[in-house]
Design a protein around this ligand. Structure first.
Ligand SMILES: [Zn+2]
Length: 101
């Protein structure tokens, strides 16, 4: 049986690679918010649909869910994919699985 690693622990590893928010961007700071916000920022604080990827600066317009798909490479690759992003992908996937439980 594979050992289950809590999403937050993986996110702890991934957090080491956390890029700084892009100039003019902000990160939401709400309780229990999606861990994906660690790697995504808002162009406009009042528009949570418009999410900018901290890694490549691409802005998607489908909210954090769409942004996650972008970073996981499900739909549209993340332009500047650093090696470390594998950790981020794992963290996002783990978080998704935890939500489904
Ligand atoms: Zn990206």
């Amino acid at each position: 049986m594979a050992e289950e690693i809590p999403a937050r622990n993986i996110a702890g590893n991934a957090a080491k690679f956390r890029p700084s928010p892009l100039p003019g961007h902000t990160k939401p700071n709400t309780p229990n918010q999606d861990i994906a916000w660690d790697w995504n920022s808002l162009k406009n604080v009042n528009n949570r649909k418009q999410v900018t990827c901290d890694f490549c600066g691409k802005t998607t317009t489908g909210g954090i869910t769409r942004a996650k798909r972008h970073q996981m490479g499900v739909r549209g690759d993340c332009g500047s994919f650093p090696k470390c992003l594998d950790d981020v992908k794992e963290a996002l996937k783990a978080a998704l699985l935890n939500k489904k439980k």
